[in-house]
Design a protein around this ligand. Structure first.
Ligand SMILES: [Zn+2]
Ligand SMILES: [Zn+2]
Length: 259
C-alpha cells in the first residue's frame, strides 16, 4: 500500500488520506499580515512598509507573497527539492492556493488578477538529475485549485556554462538572466505570476521578471511557498537560492544561518 509521507516531518501521515500529520499541521509558521509591501517578507519591526533588502534595492518584479517562514519548513523543503519527495507538492501547493485566495492585502489582490502562472524554470541538466521541477509541481497544484492557468511553455532555462560559485553578485545576476529564454509572445501586455519554492534575496525572481518584462509583460508578481527572514546586509553568501538551499542539508543543526 502506498504511504503518504508528512510534508513536514516525513513520517507516514496519519490518519489515512492526510497530507501532514496532525502534530505537524501547526509547525510551519505563516508569514502573517505584517509583511514587506514589495516582496512579502515578514517584518518584525513596527511601522515599516518595506524590508531592509527592498529599501536598498530596486526589483524587476512588481509584488511578491509567500506562505511560510523558511526556517520553520526548511527540512521538508529540502526533501521536496533534493530527495525525491515530489508528493509534498500536494499539500504545499494547497497552502499556496489558500494564501492566494484568502489574502487580504493589496499585493494578494494583484496576484489574484494574474492571467497565468509561470513556474520558475530549472535547466534541463538539473531536470534530468532531479526528475521534476519542484516549482512546476507547485504551480500545477495552485492552478488546479485556483483555476488560474499555468503555462510551462513560456519561460525556459539553458544549462549554466560557467560555475556561479566564484562570481560576484552582479555577475551572477547577469549570468542568470542570460540563461533564461522567453518563448513566443504570449506574455505581451499580460499580468503574470511566477511560482517558486523559495524567495531569499530575489536574484532568481528579478532575473525571471526582467526577461518577462523585456518580452512585454505588463506586470510580473510572484508567489513562493517560503521566504527568508528580513536580515539587513545578508552578504554575498546568500546571493542565490540554489547555493543557499544546498547548504541547508541539516537545518536543525544550523540555527544561526542568515537568510
Ligand atoms: Zn509530521
Ligand atoms: Zn522586501
Amino acid at each position: 500500500m502506498y504511504v503518504q509521507r508528512c510534508a513536514v516531518c516525513d513520517d507516514p501521515a496519519e490518519p489515512f488520506g492526510a497530507l501532514v500529520c496532525s502534530r505537524c499541521r501547526t509547525i510551519p509558521e505563516p508569514v502573517g499580515d505584517h509583511v514587506c509591501e514589495k516582496c512579502g517578507k515578514p517584518l518584525d519591526g513596527e511601522g515599516r512598509l518595506v524590508c531592509s533588502d527592498c529599501a536598498g534595492a530596486s526589483h524587476s518584479f512588481d509584488r511578491g507573497a509567500a506562505v511560510f517562514r523558511y526556517r520553520s519548513v526548511s527540512g521538508g523543503m529540502f526533501r521536496f527539492k533534493y530527495q525525491g519527495r515530489a508528493e509534498y507538492a500536494e499539500w504545499y501547493g494547497a497552502k499556496m492556493a489558500e494564501r492566494l485566495l484568502n489574502g487580504r492585502n493589496e499585493a494578494m489582490e494583484r496576484l489574484r488578477n494574474a492571467d497565468f502562472i509561470i513556474p520558475v524554470p530549472i535547466s534541463s541538466a538539473k531536470l534530468l538529475v532531479r526528475g521534476y521541477n519542484q516549482a512546476a509541481l507547485l504551480a500545477r497544484r495552485v492552478s488546479q485549485i485556483t483555476g488560474i492557468p499555468v503555462r510551462e511553455d513560456i519561460l525556459g532555462r539553458g544549462n549554466d556554462t560557467k560555475p556561479m560559485k566564484y562570481m560576484s553578485v552582479p555577475e551572477r545576476r547577469q549570468n542568470l538572466k542570460k540563461a533564461l529564454i522567453v518563448y513566443g509572445n504570449d506574455v505581451k501586455s499580460k499580468v503574470t505570476m511566477l511560482i517558486d519554492d523559495i524567495y531569499t534575496t530575489g536574484a532568481t525572481m528579478d532575473a525571471c521578471a526582467g526577461v518577462l518584462k523585456d518580452a512585454g509583460a505588463r506586470e510580473v508578481h510572484f508567489l513562493t511557498l517560503a521566504i527568508g527572514a528580513d536580515v539587513p546586509d545578508a552578504g554575498p553568501e546568500a546571493a542565490d537560492e540554489e547555493t543557499y538551499a544546498q547548504r541547508r542539508e541539516n537545518p536543525a543543526d544550523d540555527q544561526d544561518v542568515r537568510i
